[in-house]
Design a protein around this ligand. Sequence first.
Ligand SMILES: Nc1nc2c(ncn2[C@@H]2O[C@H](COP(=O)(O)OP(=O)(O)OP(=O)(O)O)[C@@H](O)[C@H]2O)c(=O)[nH]1
Ligand SMILES: [Mg+2]
Ligand SMILES: [Zn+2]
Length: 307
Amino acid sequence: MKGRVIKSTGSWYSVLLENKEVVNCRLRGKFKLDKQKVTNPVTVGDWVEILVEPSSDTEYIITDIYPRDNYIIRKSPKKLAYGHLLASNIDLAVLVASVVYPKTSTGFIDRFLVTAEAYRIPSLILFNKKDLWDEEARSFVEEMVNTYKSIGYSSLIMSSFNDVDIQKLREVLHGKTSLFSGHSGVGKSTLLNKLTGNITQKTQEVSDFANKGVHTTTFAEMFEIEKNTFVIDTPGIKELALAEIEEEELSHYFPEMRELIGQCKYHNCTHTHEPGCAIVEALNNGKVPASRYNSYLSMYDDEDNRR
Ligand SMILES: Nc1nc2c(ncn2[C@@H]2O[C@H](COP(=O)(O)OP(=O)(O)OP(=O)(O)O)[C@@H](O)[C@H]2O)c(=O)[nH]1
Ligand SMILES: [Mg+2]
Ligand SMILES: [Zn+2]
C-alpha cells in the first residue's frame, strides 16, 4: 500500500493511506543505516510503501521511500555534521511573519527566502496579525510587501481571525503541500486550526511562552485541509542556519542579484568591497533594495565566521 507520512515520533510513523485511514508504522532495519548523513531516514511529507508486519495483522512496516521532489534539512542539534530532515515534497514554503508580538526581522525573512531558493521551493511571506497594527505598522508592512514584490516574491497580509483572509489563504494553498514556518507565536497553528475548521493543534498566548521560552508546537505534523491539499505545521524557530550554502554561491539565492552575476569587474567578486561591482552599482541605483543587501552582508559574515 502507498501512503504519506504525516507525523513521526521517534521510531513510529503515522501514515495516511488513500482510503483516509491513518496507520502506525515502523521502519525496516535497513533504512536506519542509509548512506545519507541524516538522523531521520523518513520524514513528514514522504510518500512510502507499507505492508502489514507478517507476524501481526495490526502492525505495519515501511518497506520503501519514494524519491523525493525536494526536502528541507536542518542541522541536527544532537549530532554534528548530521542533518535532520524537517519535511519533504513541499510545493510552497510559507513564512508566517509578524511585525508585533513577536516581531520578525527583515534579516530573518531574507534568510528564509534564501533557504527556500537553495532548495528550489517557491515561497510566500504571510504577514499575520494585521488586526494588531497601527498606521505605522501597516505602512511598514506595505513597504516590505512592495519591496518583495519588486523582486518577485508574493506576500499575503492577513489576520487568523478574519474569515475573508482565511478564504484567500485557502485559495493560495489549494492543491499544494505547504510548509508553515516562522518564529514561535506568529500564529502558525492558529491558522492551521482555522483552515481545518477544527482545534487540531494547541495554541498559546505569546506572553506566556515568551517568558518561559516554551514552544507550543514541538514537532512537524501534516494535515490534509481539503482533498489533496496539505499543510505542515512546524515548531517555531529562533534562528535559521544556512544549511549547505557556501558563501560564494550566496548571491545566487538572491534573485535580484542572480541576474547581475557575471557583470562585476572581478569574476570572483564577493560583492562586499570590490571596485566595479555590478551588485553595489544596482544597490546605488535602487535596483537591489538596501535591506536585501544588508541581509546579504550579514549572511556572508555568518558563513565567514563559521569557517
Ligand atoms: N491578534 C492576533 N493574534 C493571533 C493571530 N494569530 C494567532 N494569534 C495568537 O497568537 C498566539 C500564538 O499563536 P500560535 O498559533 O500558538 O503560534 P505558533 O506560531 O503556532 O507558535 P509555536 O507553535 O510556538 O511555533 C495565540 O494566542 C493566538 O491566538 C492574529 O491574526 N491576530
Ligand atoms: Mg504552533
Ligand atoms: Zn560584485
